[in-house]
Design a protein. Structure first.
Length: 315
């Protein structure tokens, strides 16, 4: 019999790719999404879609009664600026919503929970780059705090209810289906604006750096994390993995790369720096290579080209 997995946020940018990766691996997949950002059209044919808020009784009951071996949690509030302006709302979705699902996982005998965390925010402004999993956790935005809190709830409730928890700390994810209206989608924003002949907004001096990883590599990591043997121990970072390339690129370098792929020199529009934004970020992926057998495979320019092609045909 095929293994059963529930993917929350399964109609979204990252979640829909993860659904496809599970299907390719022979899993029986169900998606859950409130469609506030996701699109039902992005869920593959034949995959049941449950439309529900992760804070709802329906979401908890779905996890508890669905006979799932794995809960893969990607439904979330992802906007750093929103979290700064409305931290209680951010916490309500990202902490209370996740805990609601974890209660369902405990009730339903789920064996493993894969949680989408964020290495781009839980470390804050790190001392070491590329940053390893054991680095101090110093989030500077409420969004970062909610992701780190989710990791702690995952570990604590897993211990109480008997499921294994895996936290995947993503770098900046990019690729086809990324919403250019999303604050978290700087790459898709740049591609869509350049294709439309519009200037690119650069916040601050543009020297802030990020580590950009392909959504297809992210999806592959999730499938591996669903079955890989996990280390034992009480350390918070034992079952946490950076999913990243380890390569820093500044926003100015990103703009140049997008211009190169699109074939158009970008016009830059300088804007004030945004509160809660870290200055440098690149994550060390070595532990994921050793523990999950995962390494990034999609080259950066190839991923940009795939995103540009998606915008031209479907975006």
């Amino acid at each position: 019999m095929a293994r059963r997995v529930l993917v929350t946020g399964g109609a979204g940018f990252i979640g829909s790719h993860i659904v496809e990766a599970y299907l390719a691996g022979g899993w029986e997949v169900t998606a859950l999404d409130d469609l506030s950002r996701g699109k039902a059209s992005q869920v593959p044919d034949g995959v049941p879609l449950i439309v529900a808020d992760i804070r709802s009784d329906l979401a908890r009951t779905t996890v508890a009664t669905g006979g799932f071996e794995v809960l893969n949690h990607h439904a979330a509030q992802i906007d750093v600026r929103f979290s700064v302006e409305r931290p209680s709302a951010d916490a309500d979705i990202n902490i209370s919503g996740f805990v609601n699902l974890l209660e369902g996982a405990g009730q339903g005998g789920v064996g493993r929970v894969v949680f989408a965390s964020s290495g781009g925010v839980v470390y804050g402004d790190p001392d070491v780059i590329p940053t390893p999993e054991a680095a101090p956790k110093r989030p500077i935005s409420p969004y970062g705090v909610s992701k780190l809190a989710g990791e702690h709830y995952l570990r604590a409730l897993g211990g109480l209810h008997g499921f294994e928890g895996v936290a995947l700390r993503y770098a900046n994810v990019c690729g086809p289906r990324q919403d250019p209206k999303s604050e978290a989608g700087v790459v898709s924003i740049f591609v869509s604006r350049l294709l439309a002949g519009k200037p690119l907004a650069i916040f601050g001096d543009g020297k802030q750096t990020r580590d950009y990883v392909s959504v297809r590599d992210i999806a592959r990591a999730n499938v591996l994390a669903s079955t890989a043997p996990l280390g034992s121990g009480d350390d918070h970072d034992t079952r946490a993995f950076n999913i990243a390339t380890g390569i820093e690129r500044s926003v100015l370098e990103l703009a140049e790369a997008v211009g190169r792929v699109v074939g158009r020199k970008p016009e830059l529009m300088m804007e004030p720096a945004r509160p809660g934004e870290i200055l440098r970020s690149a994550l060390d992926p070595k532990k994921a290579a050793d523990g999950l057998g995962w390494r990034p495979e999609v080259p950066f320019d190839d991923n940009l080209a795939m995103l540009m092609e998606w915008f031209q045909t479907e975006g």
